[in-house]
Design a binder for this molecule. Structure first.
Ligand code: ADP
Ligand code: C5P
Length: 244
């Protein structure tokens, strides 16, 4: 069947999946607001698509031994704490459907692992999550959809105390000291002002199932529009000649 052969050739020559860009979602919000929880819930609901999560935390600059000795004086909530150039490079590669090695960050030692990386492959959806992912305009420009997770500060502080003492090797007094000195001021100066860039604001984070269902529906609609390329590949085959 000549026509069939031509369509198959066309699909092979110009693969629609190679032409379409992943759908990029930014998820921001204060510390312990439930960003990761919301992302996990979105990923779970989109189980039939290829979705990857990139954490801004992975791009924390590692501290030197000297800085590490005074880690309590270091501001991890300031935009300069992140290597944003490297984040942009990684996201650029993922948008071009190239696999990337994302650094693994160790919150206990304030350092990146020198040996291991997390390999992230090309996907349909990329979710970029972090306290300051809306701060830099170049990072914002990568996003097709921006979500801000809005959870009361007292709830966030309570969760942060529990998480940092259980998972990040801190004691209660150091968490409270860091919160008052750096986390809260930086939230007021950098995180909260970036809320205005959000397309969607989710009150109560992962408890808000209605908001998450609506967001997932929207993503599915957008991916469905992309999937039309699969059904009508010839729409994308421009300037290609066939031999039947
Ligand atoms: P973020 O990524 O914004 O720092 P996480 O999703 O990691 O926030 O949540 C921070 C902490 O709070 C985690 O220990 C998580 O288990 C807990 N947590 C998140 N959402 C809820 C919730 N709706 N109810 C109870 N605990 C929660
Ligand atoms: O997961 P979450 O969004 O809370 O991660 C960001 C928080 O991690 C920041 O508020 C910052 O204070 C904290 N952090 C830390 N120690 C590090 C790196 C980040 O306490 N080494």
């Amino acid at each position: 069947n000549g026509v069939g052969a031509a369509s198959a050739d066309a699909a092979e020559l110009v693969s629609p999946s190679a032409l379409r860009q992943p759908f990029v979602i930014g998820v921001s919000g204060g510390t312990a607001s439930g960003k990761t929880t919301v992302c996990d819930m979105i990923i779970q609901q989109l189980h039939d698509h290829r979705v990857v999560l990139v954490n801004q935390d992975s791009f924390y600059r590692g501290l030197t031994a000297e800085e590490s000795a005074h880690a309590q004086d270091y501001n991890f909530d300031h935009p300069d704490a992140f290597d944003t150039e490297q984040l942009l490079e990684c996201m650029g590669q993922l948008k071009r459907a190239q696999p990337v090695n994302v650094p693994i960050y160790d919150f206990k030692n304030h350092r990146r692992s020198s040996e291991s990386f997390r390999k992230v492959n090309a996907s349909d959806v990329i979710i970029l999550e972090g306290i300051l992912v809306f701060h830099d305009q170049r990072v914002r420009n990568l996003m097709d959809m921006k979500i801000f997770v809005d959870t009361d500060a007292d709830i966030r502080l309570a969760r942060r105390i529990r998480r940092d003492t259980v998972e990040r090797g801190r004691d209660v007094s150091s968490v409270l000291e860091q919160y008052g000195r750096f986390v809260k001021p930086a939230f007021d100066d950098f995180v909260l002002p970036s809320k205005k860039y959000a397309d969607v604001i989710i009150p109560r984070g992962g408890d808000n199932h209605v908001a998450i269902d609506l967001i997932v529906q929207h993503i599915r609609t957008k991916l469905g529009q992309h999937d039309l390329c699969k059904i009508y590949p010839h729409v994308y085959v421009v300037q290609t000649t066939f031999q039947i």
